[in-house]
Ligand binder design. Structure first.
Ligand code: HEM
Length: 143
């Protein structure tokens, strides 16, 4: 499992603070990029995408807030993973979702998007997606 340093955590918090001041644009850019990269994924989303994008941004805010309290975060991530099994999300989609997230961050952050920021977010997304994927596989194997 990758380790996030204090410098990574600070970078994630600072840049996320900038992104959520543009939350409307961030949500729109994220799903536009995701469905450009993988048009078939749109079939999985039943709910209005406007509501969906704000839920995603709120979930990332919760994750960013709790990154330094990993025990609390594990609970969140486990519950989120269980719900994604219900939504019928195959775990293979995590990399493309991560790619869309990084491209959205790059587009919103512009000059603030540098190598360190990219590394911090790549580690953070890897961390969350490994945790979610593991839990999703567990739930599927149990059921
Ligand atoms: C770090 C990764 C992810 C996070 C933080 C996340 C977050 C969320 C949140 C907060 C919701 C709203 C409902 C709920 O809270 O249960 C949701 C729903 C959903 N997510 Fe994710 N998600 C992630 C990865 C993915 C991936 C990889 C896919 C695959 C394409 C995906 C597809 C969906 C779908 C289909 C729904 C249900 C939407 C609907 O019913 O219309 N998610 N996600």
């Amino acid at each position: 499992m990758p380790t996030l340093s204090d410098a990574h955590l600070k970078r994630i918090r600072d840049t996320w603070g900038q992104v959520i001041t543009h939350s409307h644009k961030a949500g729109e850019v994220f799903y536009t990029v995701l469905f450009d990269l993988a048009p078939s994924l749109s079939d999985l989303f039943k709910e209005n995408i406007k509501k969906q994008d704000q839920k995603l941004l709120s979930a990332i805010t919760v994750i960013v807030t709790k990154l330094n309290k990993l025990d609390n975060l594990n609970e969140e991530v486990r519950a989120l993973a269980k719900r994604h099994v219900k939504y019928g999300v195959p775990t293979q989609h995590f990399p493309i979702f991560g790619k869309a997230l990084l491209l959205m961050l790059e587009s919103i952050l512009e000059d603030a998007w540098d190598e360190e920021t990219k590394e911090a977010w790549t580690l953070m997304y890897t961390f969350i997606s490994v945790a979610m994927t593991e839990e999703m596989e567990k739930v599927k194997n149990a059921g």
